[in-house]
Design a protein around this ligand. Structure first.
Ligand SMILES: *[C@@H]1O[C@H](CO)[C@@H](O)[C@H](O)[C@H]1NC(C)=O
Ligand SMILES: *[C@@H]1O[C@H](CO)[C@@H](O)[C@H](O)[C@H]1NC(C)=O
Ligand SMILES: *[C@@H]1O[C@H](CO)[C@@H](O)[C@H](O)[C@H]1NC(C)=O
Ligand SMILES: *[C@@H]1O[C@H](CO)[C@@H](O)[C@H](O)[C@H]1NC(C)=O
Ligand SMILES: *[C@@H]1O[C@H](CO)[C@@H](O)[C@H](O)[C@H]1NC(C)=O
Ligand SMILES: *[C@@H]1O[C@H](CO)[C@@H](O)[C@H](O)[C@H]1NC(C)=O
Ligand SMILES: *[C@@H]1O[C@H](CO)[C@@H](O)[C@H](O)[C@H]1NC(C)=O
Ligand SMILES: *[C@@H]1O[C@H](CO)[C@@H](O)[C@H](O)[C@H]1NC(C)=O
Ligand SMILES: *[C@@H]1O[C@H](CO)[C@@H](O)[C@H](O)[C@H]1NC(C)=O
Ligand SMILES: *[C@@H]1O[C@H](CO)[C@@H](O)[C@H](O)[C@H]1NC(C)=O
Ligand SMILES: *[C@@H]1O[C@H](CO)[C@@H](O)[C@H](O)[C@H]1NC(C)=O
Ligand SMILES: *[C@@H]1O[C@H](CO)[C@@H](O)[C@H](O)[C@H]1NC(C)=O
Length: 587
């Protein structure tokens, strides 16, 4: 048994399906046993990065240097000698570690974040024209959880296609959540999905609802054949763009459940302080990035009074742990999937609800049992995938955030609660992160629909030093489209998808510069600011002005009279939601 645990070495990704590594192409979802590779380090002290990651990042930085140079050249920041800067950076190993973190929030987050990614892609000429294209090529890590893990996984397992090509391979118009009528290479009907799960169960492995969801979403996001049957997280390390360091390293986050977690309707929910597991192609355990079924179940059982997934406070009392999100997942869908597991597989709630996987740490101390129960990365209340990025060994300089967790009732915009929660936990654990004000300041200062940088002045960081990154906070908000569709809306016409992509583009480029013609330069200024400071180089004057304008100044708004977050179209404030929705219905 122990040997088997140590040999567990590769993972089918996305939502938590498990497989053993193999060179053969899979024809079934059932995992197969394979020989352990030689010279594999299975466990190591948590003292720093793995040697593989360290070596990969070093090489990635030289590719980033080229990407960053072209990106900065386009910006034409006055007073910045880009060529000189890059060669100084190379000399002193000061090429910045730039990353992007995407929040949970189901389809809402997965799709709107894709709009942002597209605006950062140097392979999209419109993005280069707007001078934001190139940041994707400058990222060292791209991190996602829950719905935010979907584009990250799709991009990586498909070997870093352009964002436009990636979207073209999706079929967002197929509703995968309501038993698709057509069984095709683009969608599996529910009986096909249950047969896949049965194959794994018959082969002697534990299964859970997460397997079902993983197969379901695999048809959208994973490469052929058969909805990613041969795609593994560790397999990404063998893909050409990863091998030659020309894609960012994908990273995913999940939370741990333990025997003493609180239960709602017989279902466990992790405490805010539960362990967070990160997964990369090098250091991983399992891809259970989006496995919030426990929350959907609790929500259904409570008639929506508790459990809206990922919406929770850091409060310690059980009753306060789960707070409601504006829109609820349809109870009948959650219960129908659960009933299938109960009836077809005769599993208990505890077995079916969360992926239970071989614990790679089993035996390292008495508390580490054979199985590890994991759950959705959003469930500790930090629904933006920052935690891996702010581990000191990763030395983050600049983190771009895409938040669309739909925090704010009743209209499902955002209020900064997730980035604030990460700040609270980072401070508690002494991890480098900017100081973040509570949601009242986000709402009153309009950070819910305009870009803001945190941590520019190291005074406003947890470490009071350059080791804390500058964080750009971008939230899903209406610029050219009202993209506050519910997180569980599970199909989108090509026209809607285009609207989502353009809206994301408009957020990232500030309406192609119409809201501020200097914005793209300001973004570039923030991306290199830590490196400039580390090399004791002077900020160009244009950058001084930019940071003055876009950095949070360390002051707070009070919590009284918080206005309703009811946002107009930023690029067409006179078009009301009703008018717009009459010609652009989402549902
Ligand atoms: C760069 O900016 C300078 C002024 O600061 C301007 O003269 C020049 O035309 C710009 N170059 C490009 C390629 O935009
Ligand atoms: C299912 O197939 C029919 C007939 O080929 C087609 O018209 C329909 O669009 C398909 N539906 C989906 C959801 O793929
Ligand atoms: C699902 O697809 C399979 C394989 O094509 C087919 O045999 C089955 O009838 C379909 N089931 C339903 C409920 O549509
Ligand atoms: C999966 O199989 C396809 C085609 O057989 C192959 O091109 C691809 O590299 C494989 N992917 C992984 C992750 O092994
Ligand atoms: C990396 O590999 C890809 C795929 O083979 C290739 O298109 C790209 O040019 C390579 N990039 C670098 C920097 O070598
Ligand atoms: C996590 O929080 C719970 C509830 O406050 C507490 O009982 C538990 O001891 C904490 N666990 C750790 C590891 O701090
Ligand atoms: C279902 O599982 C229970 C307990 O694990 C067992 O007692 C029962 O016989 C099983 N039912 C069927 C139909 O297999
Ligand atoms: C599989 O499930 C059983 C029953 O819930 C549990 O005792 C066992 O530890 C699990 N095994 C793994 C590898 O998760
Ligand atoms: C922000 O969102 C959280 C999560 O939905 C909610 O609990 C909180 O009340 C909101 N904060 C404010 C100030 O509205
Ligand atoms: C926030 O936006 C509203 C509407 O555009 C505007 O009236 C208000 O002045 C802005 N508040 C701040 C602090 O920028
Ligand atoms: C900005 O440019 C994009 C891409 O070219 C376009 O789709 C969008 O409509 C433009 N937005 C504005 C406000 O001009
Ligand atoms: C979307 O946002 C607009 C503006 O805040 C609001 O009028 C509309 O009701 C929201 N739609 C949903 C589904 O919440």
């Amino acid at each position: 048994m122990m040997r088997y645990h140590r040999c567990l070495s590769a993972i089918i990704t996305l939502l938590g399906t498990i497989s053993l590594v193999s060179a053969v192409e899979f024809s079934s979802y059932a995992p197969i046993y394979a020989n352990c590779p030689h010279n594999q380090q299975w466990l190591r002290p948590a003292k720093g990065l793995s040697t593989q990651e360290e070596a990969w990042v070093r090489e990635r930085k030289s590719v980033v240097a080229n990407g960053l140079e072209s990106y900065l050249q386009e910006l034409n920041i006055s007073g910045l000698d880009v060529h000189k800067l890059i060669s100084e950076m190379k000399k002193g190993s000061n090429i910045p570690t730039i990353s992007m973190a995407i929040s949970g929030g189901g389809w809402g987050s997965g799709l709107t974040a894709t709009g942002a990614l597209r605006a950062f892609d140097a392979r999209f000429p419109d993005a280069v024209k707007q001078k934001t294209g190139g940041l994707l090529q400058s990222l060292t890590y791209l991190s996602g959880l829950s719905g935010g893990a979907w584009p990250v996984m799709s991009l990586a397992t498909n070997d870093f296609p352009s964002i436009n090509d990636m979207v073209a391979s999706w079929h967002t118009e197929i509703d995968r959540f309501n038993n698709p009528p057509n069984n095709s290479r683009y969608a599996g009907n529910f009986s096909t999905l249950f047969y896949d799960v049965a194959d794994k169960l018959e082969a002697g492995f534990n299964v859970s609802v997460t397997d079902f969801l993983g197969r379901d979403f695999g048809y959208e996001f994973l490469p052929q054949p058969r909805a990613g049957l041969n795609a593994t997280l560790s397999g990404i390390a063998n893909l050409p763009h990863f091998k030659n360091h020309s894609m960012p390293m994908p990273m995913f986050q999940a939370n741990r459940l333990t025997y003493d977690d609180v239960e709602f309707f017989g279902v466990k929910v992790p405490y805010y302080n539960s362990s967070i597991f990160e997964m990369t192609p090098f250091d991983f355990i399992l891809g259970v990035a989006a496995a919030a079924f426990n929350f959907w179940y609790v929500e259904a059982k409570s008639n929506g009074s508790v459990g809206s997934f990922s919406k929770r406070s850091l409060a310690l009392t059980d009753a306060a742990m789960l707070s409601r999100r504006a829109a609820q997942f349809p109870a009948e869908n959650a219960l129908a999937i659960w009933n299938g597991f109960e009836e077809i597989f005769n599993l208990t709630l505890d077995e079916a609800m969360y992926p239970s996987v071989p614990n790679p740490f089993a035996g390292t101390n008495p508390a580490e049992s054979e199985a590890l129960q994991l759950t959705d990365g959003s469930e500790t209340g930090q629904s933006i995938a920052y935690w891996g990025l702010i581990q000191p060994a990763r030395k983050s300089d600049f983190i771009i955030t895409w938040d669309n967790d739909q925090d704010q009732a009743p209209y499902s915009w955002n209020n900064g609660t997730n980035i604030y929660n990460t700040y609270i936990q980072a401070r508690r654990h002494g991890l480098p992160f900017p100081e973040i004000p509570p949601p009242a300041t986000f709402i009153k200062r309009n950070y819910t629909n305009q870009p803001v940088f945190f941590g520019c002045d190291t005074k406003y960081t947890t470490t009071h030093s350059l080791s804390s990154p500058i964080v750009l906070y971008l939230a899903n908000s209406p610029y050219s489209a009202y993209t506050n569709f519910t997180w569980f809306q599970s199909k989108y016409t090509p026209v809607q998808m285009h609207g989502i992509l353009v809206n994301g583009f408009d957020v990232v480029t500030q309406g192609n510069g119409t809201l501020d013609s200097q914005w793209s330069q300001c973004l570039g200024c923030a991306a290199i600011d830590r490196s400039l400071s580390k090399m004791s180089m002077k900020r160009p004057q244009q950058c001084e002005k930019c940071l003055e304008k876009y950095c949070w100044d360390g002051t707070y708004e009070d919590g009284a009279d918080i206005p309703v977050v009811d946002l107009p179209l930023k690029l067409a404030p006179n078009v009301s939601y009703a008018e717009w929705n009459a010609s652009h219905p989402w549902v």
